[in-house]
Structure formats: C-alpha cells, structure tokens
Design a binder for this molecule. Structure first.
Ligand SMILES: [Zn+2]
Length: 472
C-alpha cells in the first residue's frame, strides 16, 4: 500500500492530502517547551499527538527530520529566574532535564535537534536585520517591532479580520489576545533585571516569536513541510512566525499547519488555583503506569477536546491491559500446526483498517477499532483448540507494528497481581451488595467484564473466570 496521508491544515481549514516537498521525506517543526516550569498534562497531550504523527510517517516509510525548539529566554523564564534570584541558565536547566525525562517515560521519540533560543541569538539578529532592510520592521525606543500592516497575508492562519488590525500600536508582551492584535516585538530594548545581548542591531534580547522563525529555517530550510503546535499557538505565535519568515525570505514558510486541541480536566480549564493542574509526576504518584497516560492522550482524536479524568485514565489502563492480556493468551495458546489463510486474511484486514484510520487525519478511534476487532475475532480461535504457531506469530507481529505507532507497550498484568486485583474488586462488590448499593455492585461487575473477567455467583460464593470471546 502506498502511503496517502491526509491531514487537517489550519491554513486552508480543510483536510488535505500530504504531499512532501522532497519525495519520501518529512521536515517537521514542533513548538517545544518554554522551560519556566514542569510541563503539565495538557502540554504532554500536544507532544504525544505530534509523536503519533511522526511515528505514522516513520511507519509508512518516510524519513523524518524533526526539530523542536527549547524556549529558554522569554518573558516567563526571565520572570521565574528573577523571582528565584538566579541566572537564566541555572533557572531553566532543571526544567530542560525534567522535560527530557518525562518525554522518554512517555515513549515520545526524541527530536533530531533541540535548538535552544539562547544559542541562536546570531540567527535571530540576522533575520531581524533582513526585516529592517526590507522595511517590514521599525525601531522604537531601542526595541524593534514587526509592522503587521506591511504584510498583507497577516491573519490568514488565525482568520483575523484585517479591519481589526491596529497598525502602529505595539506591545512588548510575548503573549496577547486576538482582540488586541498589534505590531509585535522582534527585539526588546535592555531593561532592568533582563539579560542583554550586545549585537549588530543593538543591545537587548529577542522576542519569543522570532526564535522559531530563525531556528526552523536554520535546520529545515526556508520552506518546510509541517509545523505543529497546540491550538493556543495559532495566535499570536504561529501567525507571527509566518509574518517574520515570509516577509524576510519571500517564500512560503510552511505547507501544512497541524494543531492539537486543548485538554481540560474534569471539564474545566486547568489552573493551579482550582487544584486541577497536573504534571506527569503528579499522575504517576497515584500509581499509574506512564504508558496508561500515553494511551489516554493518544486515544482521543487530536482535533477533539480531551477531557482528562481519573476515570478515563482507568479506562485507558483497562484497554491497554486488554491488549496485553490478549497477547499473553496468544503466546500461551500457540501450538504446532499449519497456517490458516483465514487468520492471515483477518490480520490483513485489521492492518488495512488500522492504516486507513491513521492516514485519515490521524483517526485514532477507527485505527484502534480495527485492532480491537481483531482481538474479538481471534479470541474464539485461542479458546477452541488453540492457534497454530505461524498464525500466532502473524497476529503478534501485527501488534508489534501497531505498537511502533501507538507505542503503549501493552503488557499483561502479572498473574498474581491480576488475581489480587480481581479478589479486591469481588470483595468491594460484596460490600456494595451488603450495603444495598446495587448500582455500584453492578458497576464493579461491568468493570471486570471489560477486563475479560466473568463473575459467577454460586452457593459457595463468588467465582471468577476468564471471559470467552467478548461479544460485540
Ligand atoms: Zn514556536
């Protein structure tokens, strides 16, 4: 099957067929962490969706050159360093390390390059010089601003009404609302308590947006294939990146803009004051496997709002274990015998469904449905007389392929742990029944059923057994 990947392009507002600039290769830029704090679960959602996209390309035979910036100088990092009374480097280093650690724990493939803003001041200065020469930028009180009215395409990505533009009004803030669209700072004049670089365009420090324009072009070229980020990056960050790069270089900056949607917690926007703000460490402290977290993040389509709840995380854990348990049983059931063409066909169908789903703008629900359908169809074979070694291998290798992309390493629960957990649940169900809380009792029974465990109430007490082929 030749790859035909379709992606939603924010620029056109449509799902488009992906056509690479250079056949068989993808140049990908994803906005990286601003290292002023530990990333929260919403940040990880973006990074995990970008990882799914990248892994799909790799799985479909593309070469991927992936660049992710590290924002180690901006309003927030400077504020944080000053509050703590330390230098910028000292302040950001632990967050850079924590980012790499959590990334590995979540099985996110590392980018090829992690350029740091503070190491690319020279490139940013060069770009700003070009913008000054071409008259897209102007100086004011030691700072340099981008004149948005000089760039007619301004607002195309975020669909800003050009009549709302207020050319000439400007601000030094890195982040601002769509309602106050204005000329933005490329270079900020020296200020008390801020780091200063002495450069050809004068002393000062870069604005936030210029770093991504300068560093993406350095590593990926002036025009590259895909730029990703969260929807909150669309304005002003990505809009400004386009303006800077296209004004300076005179060529299209990026062919496909792909944005991941927000994550909310219990239906509400995450905030430290509401107490619903989670880092990965907070969640793992509750005993979850990081790959359960990854499963949850990966299993909702990237353009849908993801509502993070611990209930949803439990369900993700159950789903991941269902795959793991199936693979464990598959291994145990394999025996001598010839290959059955029906099994090969079943796996081919599952693969086709998995690939078709992902190639359709990362439709993960469809892709995973193909995987679970295969599990349902294969269970009867495991139970009625086993499955031949070659067929078990065919199925297992397909699951290995799936995991190249989804990367949740489904592992069955160890037998003792599984039994202990089932017995705990049975006990909780008995207690609920004694309290006449039948809703809860039934809920526990259904939960076990989801995990492939059937309860039987006998006169000698409750017994459990592995479910037969799950009903569809
Ligand atoms: Zn960026």
């Amino acid at each position: 099957m030749a790859a035909m990947i379709r992606l939603h392009n924010t620029l056109s507002g449509r799902v488009e067929e992906f056509v690479p600039i250079e056949s068989g290769s993808v140049k990908l830029y994803t906005c990286g962490p601003t290292v002023y704090d530990f990333p929260h679960i919403g940040n990880w959602r973006s990074y995990v969706f970008e990882d799914l996209l990248k892994r799909l390309f790799l799985y479909r035979g593309f070469r991927v050159l992936h660049v992710m910036n590290i924002t180690d100088v901006d309003d927030k990092t400077i504020r944080g360093a000053n509050a703590k009374g330390v230098g910028l480097d000292e302040y950001t280093q632990p967050f850079i390390e924590a980012f790499a650690r959590d990334r590995d724990v979540l099985a996110i493939l590392p980018a090829d390059v992690y350029p740091r803003a503070t190491a690319h001041i020279e490139e940013m200065v060069g770009l700003i010089e070009t913008l000054l020469e071409k008259d897209f930028a102007y100086r004011k009180d030691g700072s340099i601003y981008f004149a948005i009215d000089k760039f007619p395409a301004y607002g195309r990505l975020s669909k800003i009404n050009r009549e709302d533009l207020r050319p000439g009004s400007h601000s030094d803030a890195d982040e601002y609302a769509k309602e106050s669209v204005h000329d933005f700072a490329l270079w900020k004049a020296p200020k008390e308590g801020e780091p200063v670089w002495e450069t050809r365009i004068g002393p000062g420090r870069p604005g936030w947006h210029i770093e991504c324009s300068a560093m993406s072009s350095k590593y990926l070229g002036r025009t590259f294939d895909i730029h990703c980020g969260g929807v909150d990056n669309i304005f002003p960050h990505h809009e400004n990146e386009i303006a800077q790069s296209e004004a300076a270089n005179g060529v299209k900056f990026v062919n496909y803009w792909v944005h991941g949607h927000h994550l909310v917690v219990d239906g509400e926007k995450m905030s430290k004051s509401k107490g619903n703000f989670y880092t990965l460490t907070d969640i793992l402290a509750r005993g979850y496997d990081p790959l359960d977290v990854r499963y949850l993040l990966v299993a909702t389509h990237y353009r849908k709002m993801l509502n993070f709840t611990f209930e949803a995380l439990d369900q993700a854990r159950t789903a991941r274990r269902r795959i793991g348990n199936f693979l464990g049983e598959l291994r145990a059931a394999a025996q001598d015998g010839p290959s059955d063409p029906a099994v090969v066909r079943m796996v081919d169908e599952a693969r086709a469904g998995f690939v078709a789903g992902l190639e359709d703008d990362l439709n993960i629900s469809e892709a995973l449905a193909a995987v679970f359908t295969l599990i349902k169809s294969a269970y009867p074979l495991l139970q009625c007389g086993g499955i031949s070694g070659p067929d078990a291998l065919t199925i297992a290798s397909f699951f290995a392929e799936v995991d190249e992309v989804v990367a949740v390493k489904p592992a069955p629960l160890p037998r003792e742990q599984l039994e202990a957990e089932i017995l705990n649940k049975i006990e909780a169900r008995q207690k609920a029944r004694a309290d006449r809380d039948f809703k809860r009792a039934d809920g526990i029974r259904d939960e076990l059923l989801e995990a492939g465990i059937v309860l039987e109430d006998t006169k000698d007490g409750v017994r459990w057994k592995k479910a037969g082929p799950p009903k569809s």
